[in-house]
Design a binder for this molecule. Structure first.
Ligand code: 5GP
Length: 225
């Protein structure tokens, strides 16, 4: 009896205007569910208070970042708000090898590159429930000057134009609901025929079983167990 088919994991891209809460969603997925792993990006941005090197980001110098680009170590990279950010290719390879869904918390430029290089990736765009929610979240962090907050919100307005190219849109009006929606998307994506491992073998096994049942029915013998 088949109870579930083993499948290839999905690289999951989360993009959103700054302050939408996508990083919180990404970490919640990893904390709450099995088989999700966070892709730790490399960045030249200085660490904010509370951020941990190697957990939130790999904080690197511009020289190191350039070396990573030249060494083809990054599967995508982009300049965001004056700093460089990139996804180490090994994050995706390691997740694939362990059968885990790797969650990429990246900007829309990075999402575009992932779409080109990994057509199989699932791209989810997170919407804020309102502009006021963005403003409240960005100012509550207390880490950015108001001019910087305005700049990020203006950039977010521009990023919205990319949403139409994503596979799914999820509104983050409530963290638990948004996390459940993203989880449901990954669950559904895992059931696509192209993600099922050894799909052809599975098909021919079932075909063989059906043929045997039909033959037995024809001879009026009881069907095999
Ligand atoms: P923050 O500085 O607020 O942590 O991140 C700024 C923006 O850079 C966010 O939209 C974040 O998702 C994005 N970002 C973080 N890591 C990466 C990455 O590896 N690649 C790209 N393209 N963007 C990233």
């Amino acid at each position: 009896m088949i109870t579930g088919l083993p499948h290839r994991p999905c690289p999951l891209v989360l993009a959103a205007p700054s302050g939408t809460g996508k990083t919180t969603i990404a970490h919640a997925l990893v904390d709450r569910f099995e088989h999700f792993v966070f892709s730790v990006s490399a960045t030249t941005r200085p660490a904010r208070p509370g951020e941990v090197d190697g957990r939130d980001y790999d904080f690197v110098t511009r020289e190191r970042f350039r070396a990573m680009i030249e060494g083809d170590d990054l599967v995508e990279w982009a300049e965001v708000h004056g700093n460089l950010y990139g996804t180490p290719a090994r994050n995706l390879q390691a997740a694939q090898a362990r059968g885990e869904h790797v969650v990429l918390d990246i900007d829309v430029q990075g999402a575009r590159q992932i779409r080109r290089r990994i057509p199989d990736a699932v791209l989810v765009f997170i919407f804020p429930p309102s502009a006021q929610a963005l403003w409240t979240r960005l100012t509550a962090r207390g880490t950015e000057e108001l001019d910087e907050v305005r700049r990020r919100i203006r950039a977010g307005r521009q990023e919205l134009e990319e949403a139409v190219h994503f596979d799914y849109i999820v509104v983050n009006e409530d963290l638990d609901r948004a996390v459940a929606r993203v989880r449901a998307i990954v669950e559904a994506e895992s059931h696509r025929p192209r993600r099922i491992l050894d799909f052809e073998d599975e098909l021919s096994r079932l075909r063989g079983e059906i043929d045997r049942v039909i033959r037995v029915e024809d001879t009026d013998d009881p069907p095999p167990e």
